[in-house]
Design a protein around this ligand. Structure first.
Ligand SMILES: Cc1cn([C@H]2C[C@H](O)[C@@H](COP(=O)(O)OP(=O)(O)OP(=O)(O)O)O2)c(=O)[nH]c1=O
Length: 212
């Protein structure tokens, strides 16, 4: 069984998309960056800290661990930040910060970095996904209307590529699922390392059986 240390509905949706069964566990951590911490180091640290926090909760409450557990449990966690001019943009704390973030992203390219971490017993593995996203020029009215939609407030950089925010995305070079919060190529690679099946593994097994 895998435990997803995340409250993000996007991460839950993406994990379902690749046919992985999971249970949600909480993992609240302090998400403040260190002074001078750069984006990739920050998201990697956050993803690992979330996985560790989930792991501790899981083991503090043995009752959470499924009684049908055949192998040792794994905890998956991720963290996404938008990077512009070397600054780390997380989730805006209010509408005015959301507006400032959106106007900062207008008419230029920024990076979206997501780290995914998987913890199993003494092992912790993590991967990074870096994407470049270019926004068209935004007017003040665009930003105001988008904020009114309610979409920006729980998203890094104050937008969602999978939602109305797609209207602003002129170009993406990288991983769509990574921008959305859980890079699926890297996630599947980690799951494979820990022998956790995905939807692809069950089809592979079917093919192997047919060949026998
Ligand atoms: C850039 C972008 C971010 N996001 C979301 C993904 C993440 O949920 C959020 C970044 O915040 P995170 O701090 O990475 O995650 P979270 O607090 O939402 O969830 P948890 O820590 O419990 O796993 O922004 C989108 O949904 N679409 C996008 O296009």
């Amino acid at each position: 069984m895998i435990y997803l240390a995340s409250q993000s509905p996007r991460r839950q949706e993406l994990l379902k998309q690749i046919g992985v069964n999971y249970l949600i566990i909480p993992a609240a951590i302090d998400e403040s960056p260190y002074a001078d911490e750069v984006g990739d180091a920050y998201v990697l640290r956050m993803a690992k800290e979330k996985a560790n926090a989930g792991w501790q909760i899981l083991h503090a409450e043995e009752s959470i661990i499924s009684s049908t557990e055949k192998c040792s449990p794994c905890v998956l966690a991720a963290d996404t930040s938008v990077i512009v001019d070397g600054c780390i943009l997380g989730k805006p704390k209010d509408e005015s910060e959301a507006k400032a973030m959106l106007m900062r992203l207008s008419n230029r390219t920024h990076q979206v970095i997501t780290a995914v971490a998987l913890k199993a017993s003494s092992q912790m593995e993590a991967r990074l996904s870096v994407s470049n996203v270019t926004f068209r020029a935004l007017t003040d009215a665009d930003a105001q209307a988008y904020i009114r939609s309610g979409e920006p407030l729980d998203k890094a950089g104050a937008y969602a590529i999978q939602g109305l925010g797609a209207i602003f995305v002129q170009h993406l070079a990288g991983s769509y699922s990574g921008v959305m919060g859980l890079p699926l190529t890297e996630t599947a690679e980690l799951l494979q390392l820990m022998d956790v099946p995905t939807g692809l593994s069950s089809w592979r097994k079917q093919l192997e059986r047919a060949d026998e």
